[in-house]
Design a protein around this ligand. Structure first.
Ligand code: SAM
Length: 195
């Protein structure tokens, strides 16, 4: 895509905003978008998201107007719009007031370097599958610990790269890790018995 039509559009949007606007080009050559980027970008007053098509955008526009290039992942889309929508959604839900309560996102995957624990809803038994009893106990502290343990276990299993970066030195986490080890050990014993 040519530099000049994009430049004139970019300039008009900046004029309307009353000054320079942080400008992102959605591109497979950019840095991979992460939750930390969503949080960082949610603190900016305005954003311009530039979507390419065809082979992309004239490098001179990028050099002159773009502050950062963001990729949605290691694959190629036909245009930047879907990437821009994904970035917009992830950024907007971090803006204070968009979600009812910060707890809505603080527990979610990637906010604190963890994957989220499994979620359950009603009914308590579905197709013979039960909601874990602890979640029906009404004991909030036990539920909180169960969730933390499940999040740690899931992150360790699915994303060892994330797990490695966690600080698990607190007394509570060390206790949960010990419990996990004992449970894993017990489970592997069960498997041996089955063999
Ligand atoms: C067909 S792609 C161009 C790919 C480019 N020629 C390349 O090989 O890097 C057209 C546009 O889709 C958008 N796009 C494609 N893949 C993307 C990704 N992984 N993340 C963000 N935007 C992407 C970009 O805006 C890009 O300019």
């Amino acid at each position: 895509m040519q530099a000049d039509p994009l430049y004139r559009c970019w300039e008009a949007v900046c004029d309307e905003a009353g000054g320079p606007v942080h400008t992102i080009y959605l591109s497979p050559c950019g840095h991979t978008f992460r939750q930390a980027d969503a949080i960082r970008l949610s603190r900016l007053e305005n954003l311009i998201l530039v979507c390419g098509h065809y082979e992309g955008i004239d490098q001179r526009f990028i050099d002159e107007c773009v502050d950062e290039e963001i990729s949605l992942g290691d694959f190629v889309l036909t245009g930047g719009e879907i990437a821009a929508m994904a970035v917009t959604d992830a950024v907007c839900r971090m803006v204070p007031g968009v979600l009812a309560d910060p707890e809505c996102f603080e527990d979610e995957s990637h906010f604190n370097g963890l994957l989220e624990y499994p979620q359950y809803s009603r009914p308590a038994v579905w197709h013979g599958r039960e909601v874990p009893a602890i979640l029906l106990s009404g004991n909030h502290e036990k539920v909180r610990q169960w969730r933390r343990k499940q999040a740690l276990r899931r992150t360790r299993q699915r994303r060892p790269d994330m797990y490695e970066k966690l600080d698990l030195s607190s007394k509570q986490d060390r206790k949960l890790l010990k419990e996990m080890e004992a449970e894993d050990h017990e489970q592997s014993g069960d498997l041996e018995t089955v063999d």
